[in-house]
Design a protein around this ligand. Structure first.
Ligand code: HEC
Ligand code: HEC
Length: 380
């Protein structure tokens, strides 16, 4: 497993380096056989020429072809695997499967599968993103807040309800990516239920109808969800003119605060054709946002000592992450135990930056929690 990973990473960085080099020479020396098509492909704001339906830097650089076979030491995905990934869920809910789920069911699922990372009612903290900070319509108004003149002022609150332009993205995101790390284990109905619950905790409405505890979300209702920030993004990528809007937008560097470089000229200094004013966040950068990108992993308050069954706690809470990886009694624990059990306890109680939540997201006393650690480490 580890071997595969490192090999993949090495391959990826080679490709990145090759792409960088390709980017450098793009303006000055086009390879001879290049026939630039009328339109360019856009990738992350950079326009690449298209040759024989392939993006220039990928196609014309022979070094990519040289490393590609070495990266690809996997296998062809099966038809079913492809089907699982191949879901095109679009703005407004086009492409969503049939199904439904209620806020109530969503809450139950949330408590079982999401709360350990995303906090009570999606409040976040513990280093994981918040899924709600209150009323989506009110919070959307904070998006234009800035601290340019007053570093102490409230910044924008960017969570699903206030910020995301399309609710369909939430459905897709949960279905494809959550619960981390056991993604793709939820049924379509469960994803509808979780989406309904997250709409509910963001205090959203559909056609003036409050999304209360009784609310049942289905595909038909989905099309009527209007996110408060649907018009808050540029360029406009949805609809038939989406691609043209994107092309026009990126044709003008001023639109995205980029610097325009003189074309067809190699240069080291004085390359800028014009300077664009770039807005920067004052102070400590991204950690200044609301909700803060927290790195603090607060241990929950201790409860009164009670007798616990470590195996049961493991099954209910730890197994979510510790089955298959650092599972009970597994040899993978060796390097951890080698640091001494006191260190293992301490790190597990405080949480680690690599994904272990403080006390695994439980509110056990230190003594009880250590019993669970013993169980996970020794398998008994
Ligand atoms: C093991 C921890 C963990 C669990 C359990 C988990 N998530 Fe997440 N979730 C994350 C992390 C980490 C991210 C941020 C990923 C990123 O930004 O790349 C995230 C991001 C999200 C986001 C996007 C938030 C945003 O504003 O960007 C949603 C929505 C979400 N999770 C929903 C869920 C739901 C629903 C469940 C339960 C079915 C769940 N998560 C379970 C760790 C977890
Ligand atoms: C959200 C996922 C998640 C949950 C839930 C979770 N763990 Fe972990 N745990 C991890 C990850 C990831 C690591 C590896 C972190 C690292 O390498 O620093 C880890 C590491 C540990 C370690 C080793 C700490 C060290 O660095 O020495 C212990 C002990 C541990 N977990 C115990 C538990 C127990 C007990 C529970 C349940 C009460 C639990 N974990 C729940 C993800 C989780």
């Amino acid at each position: 497993m580890l071997k595969l990973n490192t090999r993949f990473m090495a391959g990826a960085s080679v490709v990145a380096a090759v792409l960088l080099m390709a980017g450098c020479t793009q303006n000055s020396a086009e390879p001879k056989e290049t026939k630039v098509a009328a339109k360019a492909t856009i990738d992350g704001g950079v326009a690449y020429p298209v040759v024989n339906d392939k993006m220039g830097p990928y196609y014309v650089n022979p070094q990519v072809a040289a490393v590609a076979p070495k990266i690809n030491n996997g296998r062809i995905p099966t038809a079913n695997e492809l089907k699982a990934w191949d879901k095109d869920i679009q703005a407004g809910g086009k492409g969503l499967p049939e199904g439904s789920g209620s806020v109530e069911e969503g809450e139950e699922l949330y408590e079982a599968k999401c709360v350990m990372c995303h906090g009570d009612f999606g409040s976040g903290g513990g280093g994981y993103p918040a899924l709600s900070k209150g009323n989506a319509y009110e919070l959307q108004k904070t998006l234009t807040n800035n601290r340019w003149h007053d570093p102490e002022a409230d910044g924008p609150t960017r969570v699903f309800g206030s910020y995301w332009p399309q609710a369909s993205t939430l459905w897709w995101y949960i279905r494809d990516g959550m619960p981390h790390p056991k993604s793709k284990t939820l049924t379509d109905d469960e994803v509808y239920a979780l989406t309904a619950y997250i709409l509910n905790i963001n205090e959203m409405e559909i056609d003036g109808e409050e999304i209360d505890d009784e609310f049942v979300l289905d595909r038909e209702k989905f099309a009527r969800i209007k996110m408060p920030n649907v018009d808050g993004f540029e360029p406009k990528i949805d609809g038939p003119d989406g691609l043209e809007n994107v092309r026009n937008y990126y044709a003008n560097p001023k639109n995205f605060g980029a610097i325009k470089v003189k074309p067809s000229e190699r240069c080291m200094t004085g390359c800028q054709e014009e300077t664009v004013e770039v807005v920067r966040i004052q102070g400590a950068g991204i950690s200044d946002f609301m909700p803060p990108m927290s790195v603090v992993r607060d241990a929950p308050e201790e409860k009164k000592e009670e007798k616990i069954d470590p195996k049961e706690v493991y099954n209910n809470t730890c197994a979510m992450c510790h089955s298959g990886y650092l599972s009970p009694g597994s040899a993978e624990w060796k390097p951890f135990v080698a640091e001494g059990m006191e260190t293992v306890y301490k790190k597990a109680i405080e949480g680690t930056p690599n994904g272990m939540p403080a006390k695994g997201g439980t509110d056990l006393s230190d003594a009880n929690f250590k019993l669970v650690v013993d169980y996970v480490v020794n398998g008994k």
